[in-house]
Design a protein around this ligand. Structure first.
Ligand code: HEM
Length: 181
């Protein structure tokens, strides 16, 4: 009698519906994208692969050492770039543009670009101006504000006006690649 009861109970158990494993349920949904990780050495976020070239800088370098000296060498160029970025990200007219962008990479690539153009001994390893600004949707007013920030940074660095204007004239033709609206 007990054996019959046990046999019935066991056969009943085998027929009980089995609830799906929690893992199986989770895998049927789209897996969440992993957060991009900053490089532990450079502190930069990864970017899609591209071919690095000085041609990506968007301008040819000045000849000689005059412009390098006017900008007080690599140290002066770094101060100008960092000050320009600080002013831009705090400027209510354009600050929103920089939210969710990698400012560590931006400071490095801008430094390389300026240093390359000023013939101060750098190669530019960033992306070209068209592809790096394509999705930002900048207007000419945004460019004018950034130029204002750059001018303020150059004045603080006590760079002569002739050198400031020579440098700005190298950047001016990039407008066609940077401004997309
Ligand atoms: C002639 C003017 C400009 C130059 C020379 C310039 C230069 C650069 C450089 C070198 C990069 C980095 C490219 C890379 O990551 O490989 C960059 C990216 C960027 N620029 Fe500009 N830029 C200009 C105008 C502007 C303006 C007007 C704004 C906004 C007001 C702006 C916002 C940005 C932002 C948000 C990024 C990051 C893009 C990303 O994360 O993919 N830029 N720019």
């Amino acid at each position: 009698m007990i054996t019959l009861f046990l046999a019935l109970a066991l056969s009943g158990l085998q027929e009980m519906p089995v609830s799906p494993e929690p893992e199986a349920e989770a895998s049927s949904e789209a897996a969440p994208r992993p957060e991009p990780q900053r490089d532990p050495v450079t502190g930069e976020l990864p970017v899609d692969p591209y071919e690095a070239s000085n041609a990506n800088a968007g301008a040819s370098p000045f000849a000689g050492t005059g412009m390098r000296d006017a900008f007080h060498g690599q140290d002066g160029i770094r101060r100008v770039v960092n000050r320009m970025v600080d002013l831009a990200v705090a400027d209510p007219r354009i600050s929103e543009v920089f939210v969710a962008h990698d400012l560590v990479r931006l400071r490095r690539t801008l430094f390389e670009q300026f240093c390359y153009i000023l013939n101060a001994g750098c190669d530019y390893t960033g992306r070209d101006m068209a592809s790096s600004h394509r999705d930002i949707g900048l207007q000419v007013d945004d460019l004018n504000v950034l130029v204002e920030n750059l001018q303020a940074a150059m004045v603080e660095e006590k760079i002569g006006f002739a050198a400031q204007n020579r440098f700005l004239s190298k950047l001016a033709p990039m407008k066609r690649d940077v401004v997309t609206r």
